[in-house]
Design a protein around this ligand. Structure first.
Ligand code: NAD
Ligand code: UGA
Length: 482
């Protein structure tokens, strides 16, 4: 593809104002005051929230985000639904739309649904003028750039303009931020990965990052390595969690303590200490979908053994979540029908309002199927979201057979953002998200309100064991066989 020399980047458009597009462009705008950033989305409600005067209403909760939005919004950062106009006047376009797992058709349950990415490419093809650098920010299966390229190429041939026909370069620039620490991750990334064919386009994007990222951390690769590195990175991280959770189960049976095991193995520099915390199973919108995508690709390329290896990581995670639900039922004398259970935390991790694939969804569904009366608390997640997650039958299946499965509950649930009086007459408290406020609970006063024998199930290892035991409460902690 043709490259226009001395192409200067003055205006950037990001398609998709979600958990990645929003915070990423906020940090870009803060670090590059000389460039204008326009974040666009088809979801008008979301855009309204991004433009809300009340910064508590931003659609993404992320520590430090509101402060930066306040600083940049209306100066060099704009949120709107004006997709066409912003595409045609931008020098660089980030595609940051969702890439969920397909739920029907070929590859259902594993392959990525690229419909949103494809739609973006068509919009860019239709409205772009002059030379435009298109950046894949979404996590995409290997060789997606080829699809985007084909769609954009068509635009060049079919454009009715004689002059100023659009020309394009395509780059892969996957995002590695973690929710809850996104601002810090974006400001000080371990690395920035830029994959592409055209050196000049790669340099344009590198120059933007170089405004705040040390150059030695900006890695250049070919486009396919960049796409595959993103999937692999998430697969490796998720694999560590499944590994440690499998050992947690073994600890509970053998008298070992998972924290001691984690510390012992993590002290080996070759293994490293991060991502070795046992919990209720990994959640979040990406780990499961990206591994399933890797599984699909491996099978597609005739590597079933590779596919099976990675699928095991997702299967272990699912088994682990059900293991926790079963264990709760067992400890409460084999039945929880009609029993009140307090659930602390619904977000998939602390410091985010995101519940996608949260372990809490599966564990709550299991407990509801057993007939429990749940009182769910989360300091940030809202009621509508919990209703959507628990009442909606749509879920990402791990196998095609599961597509048919419908949930029906015997139990019921209520939700509150306030922590007072949620323990009254509860048989058990189940901690599923590691919100800081749950580490400071006054167990002795809570014990007085609960039905005896009362249980505390700590899947995040955050409670003070001594204080729970002194309050005469039964305690189960993940990976604690002592
Ligand atoms: P999201 O669902 O929060 O946001 C995607 C947004 O794109 C939505 O608001 C949707 O309305 C919008 N959209 C879809 N099609 C559109 C179109 N044609 N035009 C305009 N807007 C459109 O998703 P996300 O969590 O931000 O993830 C986006 C991508 O980034 C995914 O591929 C994901 O795998 C990847 N990723 C996510 C994270 C994370 O922490 N959430 C981290 C790294 C990478
Ligand atoms: C993850 C990756 O960490 C990011 O690098 C990546 O960009 C992102 O996915 C993505 O592509 O979406 P995220 O899902 O936001 O980020 O959060 P993580 O901190 O990775 O946590 C994922 C899940 O694993 C959470 O449920 C968390 O509680 C769990 N976890 C994490 C553990 O159970 N133990 C650990 O030691 C670490």
């Amino acid at each position: 593809m043709k490259v226009v020399n001395n192409h200067k980047i003055n205006k950037i458009c990001c398609i998709g104002a979600g958990y990645v597009g929003g915070p990423t462009m906020v940090v870009f705008a803060d670090n590059c005051p000389h460039i204008n950033f326009h974040v666009v989305d088809i979801n008008k409600e979301k855009i309204k929230l991004w433009n809300n005067e009340d910064l508590n209403k931003l659609p993404v909760y992320e520590p430090g985000l509101a402060k930066l939005v306040k600083k940049c919004r209306g100066k060099n950062l704009f949120f709107s639904s004006e997709i066409e106009n912003n595409i045609s006047t931008s020098d660089m376009i980030f595609i940051s739309v969702n890439t969920p797992t397909k739920i029907k058709g070929v590859g259902a349950g594993k392959a990525s649904n690229l419909i949103y990415v494809e739609e973006c490419a068509r919009q860019v093809a239709k409205y772009a003028k002059n030379h435009t650098i298109v950046v894949e920010k979404s996590t995409l299966p290997v060789r997606t750039a080829e699809v985007i390229k084909t769609i954009l190429k068509e635009a060049q041939y079919s454009s009715d303009k004689k002059f100023n026909k659009p020309t394009f370069d395509i780059l892969s620039n996957p995002e590695f931020l973690s929710e809850g620490s996104a601002i810090n991750d974006l400001n000080s990334p371990d690395r920035v990965l830029i994959g592409g064919e055209n050196e000049e386009a790669i340099n344009h994007l590198s120059e933007i990052y170089a405004n705040w990222v040390p150059r030695e951390r900006i890695l250049h690769t070919n486009i396919w390595s960049s796409e595959l590195a993103k999937l692999t990175s998430n697969a490796f991280l998720a694999q560590r969690i499944s590994s440690i959770n499998s050992i947690a189960a073994l600890c509970e049976s053998t008298g070992a303590d998972i924290r001691e095991v984690s510390r012992a193995i993590g002290s080996d520099k070759r293994i490293g200490s991060k991502f070795l915390e046992s919990g209720p199973g990994f959640g979040g919108s990406c780990f499961k979908k990206d591994i399933l995508n890797l599984v699909y690709l491996s099978n597609h390329f005739g590597l079933p053994e590779v596919a099976d290896f990675w699928e095991g990581v997702v299967q272990l995670n699912s088994w682990h979540q059900h293991r926790i639900s079963k264990l709760i039922v067992q400890k409460l004398f084999g039945t929880i029908s009609g029993k009140r259970i307090t659930v602390l935390g619904f977000a998939f991790k602390a410091n985010t309002n995101d519940t996608r694939e949260s372990a809490a969804i599966q564990i709550c569904k299991d407990l509801l199927e057993e007939g429990a009366e749940l009182i769910i608390h989360d300091p940030i997640v809202d009621k509508e979201q919990i209703k959507f997650d628990l009442d909606n039958d749509k879920f990402i299946p791990t196998s095609v057979e599961n597509l048919q499965k419908n949930f029906s509950y015997e139990g019921s649930y209520t939700f509150t953002n306030k922590i007072d009086s949620i323990f009254d007459n509860s048989h058990a408290v189940v901690i599923l998200t590691e919100w800081e406020e749950y580490s400071n609970i006054n167990w002795s006063s809570i014990a007085k309100k609960m039905k005896k024998p009362a249980w505390i199930f700590d899947s995040r290892l955050i409670v003070d064991t001594k204080k729970v035991q002194e309050a005469n409460l039964q305690l189960w902690r993940i990976g604690d066989g002592t």
